[in-house]
Every structure is written in C-alpha cells, then in structure tokens.
Ligand binder design. Structure first.
Ligand SMILES: Cc1ncc(C[n+]2csc(CCOP(=O)(O)OP(=O)(O)O)c2C)c(N)n1
Ligand SMILES: [Mg+2]
Length: 901
C-alpha cells in the first residue's frame, strides 16, 4: 500500500525494478547533462502523452514529506550564527520571564509562552535578515505578527532598547500608570508600536492578502510606489481552520501577489491538542495552497536530518516520514531517544541500520526545520525572490520548544504561564542565559551590556534593514477637504425639484450622486476608494464603472460584452473602484488597508465601502472591530437598509438591527438619515473630522432604496444632523387637546410626519416632529454629561444636547424607526416620563412596504395610536377614546405580536 496521502508507489512495491532503474538512469542523465529545466519539460511532455493515451495519473496536490529546498540548493547563511543564537536565546528567556512574572504578580493575568517558544527562530531570522523597517518614506514591509507570540516581539523590542524593563514588568497591565504592554497586537493601545491587530484568528491572513493587493493598487494608480514592499503574515497552523484564513487565498494567486508571504508556524498543536492528530497539517495545507496556485515551501526537517536523507536512496526514510501522523510526531517530542529509535526508525530494519551509530540522545535532538535558522533563511530568501506568485512557508516546529517538562510538546502547553524554580533553572541552562542560581527563581530580565557584540549586532542589523519592526507611525497626515458650501450644486442635484411630484429619489441614489461628484473633487477625488462586493447595480452605482474604472492589475484584456453602452464594465490598471466580488470580508479587509494607509503608507486614503446593510456588522463585525483597533478611518455605507424598506427580499436580507450592532463600536458614528441633505451634511462632517482634524473615526450610514420626495435643507439644521436630532416640523392642532413629540428616522420619518397630520386632523393633538439621525450619538453625549455631573456634584451641571433639545417642549415622546426598538430606547433615561419606542423587532417578511409597516406597527396609524395611548397614560385621553382610535384607524387589536411570529 502506498503511504497515506501520497500518490507515489514505493520502491518496495515495484513490479519491475530493472525497468524502473533504466528510466531513472535516463532521468539522471538528462539532469546531469541538460539540467532541471529540461527534465521538467520532458516529464510534462510524458505526462501529456500518457494522458492522451488514457493513462490516469493520481492527482498530486502534495509533494513528499521532506523539505522543498534540498540541501544542495541552500544558500550560504549570511549572518553570524553564534551571535544570533545567543540573541535568540536571550529573547526566549525574556519573553518567557515576562509571562511568568506577570502571572506571579497578578494571578490569572494570562499570556502565552509556548507559541513564541515554537516560532522564535522564524521571527529571529526574519528580524535579522528580512523584515524591513519603514525607513524615511514608509517604504518598509508590513508585518502581521501572530497575536499569541507578542511576548517575543516585546522581548526583542526590549533588546533593541525600544522598551524599558518597567514596561516589560507591566505586560498586560494596560491600566497601570507606567505604560503597560498590551496583551496582543493592539494599535489602539500601543499606537506607536503595533500596526495590525491579529489576535482574532483568521483575520490577519485575509487582511494581509488585501493589504498586499492594496499596495499594488497604490502603485498602479500612481499614488505611491510600493513595489519594494513585502507583506508578511505569521500565522498558526490551528488558525488555518478559520474560514477567513483560507477563504481569500485564490485572490492572492490570481492577482499574482508576489509581494505577499505567509509563514505558517506548524507546531502541530492548537489550544486543546493536535491540529490534525490523525493526519498531517503540513500536507493538507500544501495541497490547499498549491491547488490555489501559491508557491509552497515546506521547511520540515533540520539540517541534522540531511545526512540521513542523503543515504535514503530507496526512499524508505521519506516514506516513513510520510507515514507517521502528527499525533505520533507530537509524541516523539515528549519521548526518549530510545522510543524514537524503536517506534519511528524501528518500523523498517533498514532505517534502524541507518541510525545504528546514532546515540539515543542524538536521535532525541534531531531538529525540526522551523528551528533551524539555515533552513528558515533558505525559505525566506526563496520567498522574497519568487516572482509572479505569493509564497507560503510551512515550517514544522515544536510547541513550547525549550520548556521541557514545563510543557514542551504537551497538550496543555498553550495555557502554560508559570514555571517553577526547577523549570526556570533548566530553561536558563538549556539556553545559556548568564543568570545565577540564586537569582534564577526571580526570573530576572537580562539584557547584555550596551557595547556588547550582541547589542551591536542587533542594532546594526536593524539599521541595515531600515529601522524597527513592528513600528506604527502615529503622526497626523493632513488632507484638506472640501466643505458642503462648495457643493451647493450637488446638493441641488440630490433634492427633489419643487412642484414636481415625480421628482423623488432614494437616499442611496443621493449618496451615489454625491460620491460621483466627490470623485471629481480636486482636493480629495483621487484618494477616495469606492469598495463594493458585487452590488453596484443594486445601489445604482454602475455609472462609476465608466467614470473611474474598476481596478484590475492587468487592465482589461477582453472586449466587454456591453462595450457599446455608456456605463460599460470597464476594468483598468488605474481603475479606482474596488469591485471585490461577493466577499464582504474581503471588502472590509480592503477598507482596513485603505483606512489605515495614512499610517502604513503616509497617505490619506478615503475608503467608502457600500454593502447590503444586513451583511455588514452582523456578518463581518469582527473585522470592523479589527478596523477600529487598527485606527482605520472611512465610511461604511449600509445599503438596502431598513427592515420594512427593503421589502421584497425576505428575512435574511431585511436589516433591522445593524444600528444596534454598530452602537457597540466606540469609534463608529452610526447614522440613520432620512433625507439626502442629511447624508451630505454627515459626509462632509466626517471628511473634516477624519482627514483634517485627525479624529480616529469611522462613519456608518444606512442608505435606503425607497424613492420619495427629498426636501431642500431647512436653515440651521446642520449641527442637529451631526449631533443626532433636529426639529423638523411643528403642527398646531385647532383647539389642541394635547401636545406630543414624535421622533422619526430613515424612511419611517415619513410615516411619523403622516402620523402628525392624523393626530392633528383627527384627534386635535399638536406635535413636534424631530428627525433623529443618530440615537447612538445622542446617547453618547448624554451619558458623557451625566457621568461628568456625577463626578463633579458641586459644579454647575452640564446639559447634554438631547436635554437641551427637549428643554422647552412638553408632552410624551414617541419614536419610530425601521430598526429594533432598543435603538431608539437608547435615549430613554433622558426622556422625562419615558420614551415609547416603536420598531421592527422580529423576523422580516417579504410583502409590500405598507403591509410590512403595519405588520411591525411602525406605520403612521400605529404611531398615532401609540401617541394617543401615551396621552391616555397621562390622563389626557380616556381608554375608550384610544379604543375608538384603534378602530377608526383600522388597526386589528388582536393581530399577533410581530416579535414572536
Ligand atoms: C477567532 C478566535 N477564536 C479563538 C481564539 C482563541 N485561541 C487563541 S490561541 C488558540 C490556539 C492557537 O493555535 P495555533 O493557531 O495553532 O497557534 P499556536 O499557538 O499553536 O502557534 C485559540 C483557539 C482566538 N484567539 N481567536
Ligand atoms: Mg499551532
């Protein structure tokens, strides 16, 4: 039987060895005389001829379980191995000590030792020879560090004199007076250090892919030359189970992103145990990445295996390597040399002979590729030199390497945070750290003296590579932006024509027209990055195809089917629109790359990502959270918003809660505008705050697809629109019986206005109607004022914007929106007597808008009834009066509660 997951027939099963030998000799001859290229050509011709004759070759997505780069193709190691080893050992020690001490000082504070222990060589070779700093022109590499390996990054920064001992002592003490080091890579907490948040697994790889593509975009559009920059993503093998990790890899090969390198630390373990105990994660990943067109480099065995592989003419060792599964490889880590001899080599007598003169100790110490700097260097060099394809390096390592009894290779190692005195001593001795027996129990940090060869070497290497990594540049990058007053003409294009009932439009169209004009703006036009996941036509933005072009690195090599049309599908190398296809996660990753370009590239880019609002915060909320952590700026536009406004699509499309999700994101200002002028005001406010005033924000605007009359902007409402509400219309009833306050948002504002008329005409109730653009902003401001007042009880209390607005008007407050009631209920604590919120709680339905609004009880009639009931509760109306109104307005009092059906 062939070895598992290998298409190769082992020599032992060969039916005609003499014939095989002849063929192999011919191959040797060609290789010797004509070289590898000719051999490859002949083999592919043979392959093709065999195929034509109906010979079925097994599908080979994988190669044998040995290193991709053979020993004789390994370049010379350019560094000082001995100094690098000493530096690495010290970094290992400090990283471990940092976690151990943090947990001694505060039990349960957490941290990870074993992840970096397994990947120290991967990082150190990269840091000494490859990862380039930003230099003077933001010209360096962009590096995504595996989140759980952060202690190693801090330990190196300490060696590089970028962090102090005090800071190391305060690892994970982010609230201490002395700056504490953040648990994981969080630019939000360490804005001059970390660039990319990575700890939510699976996000780093997809963000890295789109970052690499965005770098190309910047070059292709002539905005910034990025051709010398690489994007590196250091990942875990367990992390590859996240759908986001592998979900976008075909984009990277399709776009020929040879500026992208994945380094997957294959320590064969994740948190609970083996990643693939019964299989081999490296082979599985190789097959996937090769299938997707990546350059795959496997770094499985260290150099001390080379002499054994050299002798392996019959391929028996390679076969045995392929046979053993990861669960067994993990077991060898914790086993004696004798066990390895008996169990691994002992399977075949020939292999036992091969290692007959190896001591047990030597067998136990045979290294894995990811712990061998020469093998790792060879892989990196080959990766940066690879052209036309992205590279993934699959490096086999040991989780918890060097921790010995303290966790090396054990299933519990991921959670290991404490070492006892013996384990510390053992670790110290194994890595030769100059700390005495007396002091070792305290786990002191160690840094060689300033003028020592280690410190000199370290500094020189980083200088040569252009500066420190990781490093985030935190200077403001200003961009002058236009004002709304410069856009009077646009404003007139997005409101309805007076005296023309047919002049209606949807807020989506209003936004798209504004975007069309902004893209022509001399100050900011070229920096806007419109991003759309295959919904341009839904949002009516297909006109942009022609206006700015769809970005494609290779341009357009076909004549588009609609080339005779005005808005034809124009792809271009300098295209501006990122038409991402159906991937909200990919689009969000592009948003992050563009929205952080001010710090990664020193140029303000303005992403405007428009998507189905249902598939935004709900579906890719974790990426939006990462964007907030990364201090991204830009506009998120939730199209087809509103549970009843997007009426025909049914419950999986109808968004009635993205605003509820959005409220939890501190840097997101979320708005639910009703009119196009509100959109314009919000967009210009955002442009100024983010790009001129350097506020770290993202804007979320819901956009709706219901056409209605868009009135011109009344005077003096701009501030209210931005703060979250303004009074739109007051209607005094004839001989009024009462007064109410009605709040409306989005498309439901029109039902609120209709309710105002019903109340006045049919029930003699006067009212004020307010357009509420953002309950969340109102609440944040009100909360802030309340908190300040509480903490400053002796001072003149502050009044929030919301309280100021309500100061001079009376009456109950009824709010209605196309979102769940909790969105409006956010302001309840500041409404005297409480707020009655109507909303669209429940599962959506496909029906007419009118039917849906009645179903969810947010139509004008339902709003009027709610207002009357509020008045009844305040003894203005009696119960019979409300019951009569319910009847009069045609509402079925026994209809089912929409929240439950
Ligand atoms: C999305 C997400 N889910 C779960 C976790 C919790 N978690 C942290 S590390 C880890 C295991 C990591 O395994 P691997 O990717 O193999 O990394 P290693 O530490 O082995 O290098 C898990 C499950 C997380 N950080 N992110
Ligand atoms: Mg792992």
């Amino acid at each position: 039987m062939a070895p598992i997951d290998s298409p190769y027939v082992p020599a032992s099963e060969d039916g005609d060895p003499a014939e095989t030998a002849e063929w192999l000799e011919s191959l040797d001859y060609v290789l010797e005389r004509k070289g590898a290229q000719r051999a490859s050509q002949l083999l592919s011709l043979l392959d093709e001829a065999a195929y034509r004759h109906g010979v079925e070759l097994p599908f080979t997505a994988t190669t044998p379980y040995i290193n991709t780069i053979p020993e004789d193709k390994q370049p010379r190691y350019p560094g000082n191995r001995e100094l690098e080893r000493r530096i690495k050992s010290i970094i290992r020690w400090n990283a471990m000590a940092m976690v151990v001490r943090a947990n001694r000082d505060l039990d349960g504070i957490g941290g990870h030792i074993s992840t970096f222990a397994s990947s120290a060589t991967l990082y150190e070779v990269a840091s000494n020879h490859f990862l380039r700093g930003k230099g003077e022109a933001y010209s360096g590499d962009q590096v995504y560090f595996q989140g759980h390996a952060s202690p190693g990054m801090y330990a190196r920064a300490y060696m590089e004199d970028r962090l102090t001992e005090e800071e190391l002592v305060h690892f994970r003490r982010e609230l201490s007076e002395q700056r504490g080091l953040s648990s994981y890579p969080h630019p939000w907490l360490m804005p001059d250090f970390w660039e990319f948040p990575t700890v939510s697994m699976g996000l780093a790889p997809i963000m890295a892919i789109y970052q690499a593509r965005f770098n190309r975009y910047l070059s292709d559009r002539g905005i910034k030359e990025t051709s010398g920059q690489h994007v590196w993503a250091f990942l875990g093998d367990g992390e590859c189970d996240e759908p986001e990790t592998l979900g976008a890899i075909s984009l990277a090969s399709r776009e020929q992103l040879d500026n992208l390198i994945f380094v997957i630390n294959c320590n064969l373990q994740r948190l609970d145990g083996p990643v693939r105990g019964n299989g081999k994660i490296i082979q599985e990943l190789e097959g996937i990445f090769r299938g997707a067109g990546w350059n795959v480099i496997k770094v499985i065995w260290g150099g001390d295996w080379d002499p054994l592989l050299e002798q392996d003419n019959a391929g028996l060792l390679a076969r045995r390597m392929m046979e053993a599964v990861d669960g067994e490889y993990q077991k060898y880590v914790v086993s004696s040399g004798k066990f390895i001899r008996d169990n691994f080599f002992g399977k075949y007598p020939e292999l036992l002979d091969m290692v007959a003169n190896y001591s047990d100790e030597k067998l136990r110490k045979l290294r894995r590729g990811g712990h061998d700097p020469e093998k790792v260097y060879a892989a990196y060099k080959s990766a940066v030199e690879c052209e036309g394809r992205p590279t993934v390096i699959l490096a086999k390592t040991i989780k918890g390497y060097g921790l010995g009894e303290g966790g090396e290779g054990r299933n519990v190692t991921h959670q290991q945070k404490k070492l006892n005195e013996d384990e510390l001593r053992e670790f110290r001795s194994r890595f030769g750290i100059p700390i005495s027996d007396e002091r070792v129990a305290d786990a002191p940090f160690y840094r060689p003296p300033a003028g020592s060869p280690e410190m000199k070497y370290l500094r020189e290497r980083r200088e040569e590579l252009g500066g420190p990594v990781p490093c985030r540049i935190d200077h403001p990058v200003k961009l002058e932006v236009p004002r709304l007053s410069d856009y009077e003409k646009t404003l007139s294009k997005i409101v309805s024509k007076e005296d023309d009932d047919k002049s209606t439009l949807a807020t989506t169209m209003g936004f798209i027209r504004l975007l069309g004009d902004l893209l022509r703006d001399k100050k900011i036009g070229k920096f806007i990055v419109p991003i759309v996941p295959d919904e341009s036509r839904t949002f009516g933005m297909d006109g942009l195809f022609r206006q700015v072009g769809i970005y494609s690195h290779i341009g357009q090599i076909y004549e588009p089917v609609d080339s005779d049309q005005l808005a034809y599908y124009k792809e271009a190398k300098n295209g501006q629109l990122l038409e991402e296809g159906i991937t909200e996660a990919g689009s969000m990753s592009s948003f992050i790359a563009a929205g952080t370009a001010y710090s990664t590239h020193g140029v303000n880019m303005i992403p405007m990502f428009i998507f189905y609002s249902m598939f935004g915060f709900q579906r890719i909320g974790d990426l939006i959270w990462a964007a907030a952590d990364a201090r991204a700026k830009g506009f998120l536009l939730g199209g087809t918003a509103g549970r009843t406004t997007l009426n025909g699509e049914g419950l999986q499309h109808q968004d009635g809660h993205s605003l509820l999700n959005a409220m939890a994101f501190p840097t997101v200002r979320a708005y639910d505008p009703a009119y196009t002028y509100e959109i314009a005001v919000i967009v210009f406010d955002g442009l100024r705050r983010m790009y001129e005033d350097d506020e770290t924000l993202m804007y979320y605007l819901t956009l709706e697809n219901e056409n209605y009359t868009m009135p011109p902007m009344p005077r003096g409402v701009e501030d209210g629109i931005i703060q979250g509400m303004y009074r739109l219309r007051t209607e005094e009833a004839v001989r009024p019986r009462a007064h109410v306050r009605l709040l409306g948002s989005g498309a439901i504002l029109r039902d609120v206005l209709r309710a105002q008329r019903i109340l006045s005409e049919q029930f003699r109730v006067s009212s004020d109607v307010w357009s509420v653009t953002s309950y969340t902003q109102l609440r944040r401001d009100a909360q802030d004022a309340r908190r300040w007042n509480m903490l400053h009880p002796e001072e003149e209390p502050r009044q929030s914007y919301l309280e100021q607005q309500f100061a001079d008007v009376e009456g109950p407050v009824v709010a209605a929106s196309d979102y769940v009631r909790s969105v409006a209920e956010q302001i309840d604590p500041w409404v005297p007597g409480g707020l009655c919120a109507l909303g669209t709680d429940g599962m959506g339905r496909s029906a007419s808008r009118a039917e849906l609004r009645r179903f969810f009880e947010v139509d004008a009639e339902s709003i009027a009834v709610a207002a009357l009931y509020q008045l009844h509760q305040r003894d203005v109306f009696d119960a019979a009066c409300v019951a009569k109104a319910i009847k009069q307005l045609g509402i079925d009092p026994d209809k089912p509660n929409p929240m439950l059906v």
